[in-house]
Design a protein around this ligand. Sequence first.
Ligand SMILES: Nc1ncnc2c1ncn2[C@@H]1O[C@H](COP(=O)(O)OP(=O)(O)OP(=O)(O)O)[C@@H](O)[C@H]1O
Length: 569
Amino acid sequence: MHTSHPLRKNRHFYWGIALNVLEGVLSGSNFVLLFLVMQRVWSGTISMRGILPITGALAGIFALRLVIYGTGYVQAQIGGAQVSKNVRLFLGDKIKRIPLFRFTQGQTGDYINTVTSEVNNYEKILTHKVGDLAKNISLSVMLILFAGTIWLPAGVILLVADLLLIPALWLSFRTVKKYGHQKAAICAENVSSIVEYVNGIQTFRAYGVAGTKNKTVTKAMKDFSDISFIYEAKVLPIGAMLGILIWSALPLIMWSASTPWRAGTLDTVSYLLICMLPLFHAKLGNGIFIDLTSYRNLMISKGQITRVMDETEEQGSMEPFHPSTCEITFKDVDFSYDPGVPVLDKIGFSIGNQKLTAIVGDSGSGKSTLLNLISKYYEAESGMISIGGKAIGNVAAERVLEQISMVDQEVFLFNDTVRNNIRYARPDATDAEIEAACREANCEDFILKMEKGYDTPIGENGNLLSGGQRQRLSIARAILKDSPILLLDEATANLDIENELAVKQAITHLLKEKKTVVMIAHTLSIVRNADAILVVSNGKIVEQGTHDQLIAKGGKYAAMWQAEEQLTA
Ligand SMILES: Nc1ncnc2c1ncn2[C@@H]1O[C@H](COP(=O)(O)OP(=O)(O)OP(=O)(O)O)[C@@H](O)[C@H]1O
């Protein structure tokens, strides 16, 4: 998709720099003209006719600088915007290939921060910093050369003053290295905590913890301002010391040039001018110091961008994956989210092709983890998972997911119309197909009651809908996708009776088609008619069979069944 590396600078950027250098040189030439005027004033040869060409030249240079500045600015902006557009496109594409589990490891804030702030920072380097540096450095060189031409030692003194930038930058770069990375890490945490706060605002408010949670966000922000303060406090003295040392070129030149001036080998105008130049030169030196320090700081952003660009991508072949059957087999599968804390322990079982298999077990026993592994949300540590006899370890998650529809507790909806939210399941579906799926999923009633029916926007993450309505929309998506495997996390317990019935009816419609269904059941009544039931406990399958077989066995399932019967009696 991208022919060159997205961070590569383009010709607009180089044009921007070249024009900035030219502008710096032209600003320097003002001093030459000033020198000529001062010489004439001093020698008393100033006349209107003599001053006119100089004023004309000054005006000409001013106009030229204006044009060059404008063009350079525009070129740098275009160049920077193009690079940041390419970087953002590249990162967007890249994020698609980063293994899904990375997004649950607190990386989301990091990615958002990289794609937004860090890319902005990098753009700032290209559009402003490098151009400013090019201009200030070329003007500084002009001043040194001009001072040196008038009286060589003055040029040497200014050059030595500029060389002081080397130790000063060495010190400031060390500070940037030490605190800049901390600053970047805290900034990413900041974004994570804000994203979490905004996403969870309803829950936080519902439980009255919006204030407490807000404190977490405020703390994250305070941490950021603290580290920024420490950083500035460390860099500031270096800059101040450098400023004083560069400025000392003024008394030094004034004093050392007074000897040739008194001896008459240096004329008064030259003496005055080389005494004035260090003032401008010192200001430039400080500017260069500040710009290079912040350039180095902004380069941390480039490092962050490169880190995301180089992240390990999802492994697995993108070849089409069409298993002949949809029998799902786990063989000796081990898995842990955190190293050393096993969640699944040498688990093995088979889910029949086009059969309804229910998974039951205690909370935290590993039921959702099984679905996470089938959908390649996570990878097994060892052992083999296969679909239709084909190991999915070597197949890209995208390809495996083409065979799977998921209906789980967390329904993600886009800030778009009802129709488009369903269409994501199958982009080429017709309106009639979408509406049919919604009818099957018991959604039609509430959709048609909405102001614009299927074309009603449902707000960010569908926050204009109830929990049951969201679940039914996710079932409609699964019906529309019509994939051969269906992974279902039945969670109707937190719905009101009306919604629970509507969702259960929708699930019954969903199960009408012959599919391989793996259903996590939180209530056992729903699994009575399953072809097979797997009972999970502590990351192991402890029992399996039909409802009747397991009841007859009188083990864990039978105990769970009895407990539920007593509860509903
Ligand atoms: N992203 C994660 N990171 C670390 N540990 C996790 C993660 N997700 C789940 N776990 C842990 O793995 C274990 C199994 O979790 P899992 O969600 O598979 O259980 P479950 O049987 O589906 O539970 P429930 O019925 O409550 O949904 C639990 O101890 C849980 O704390």
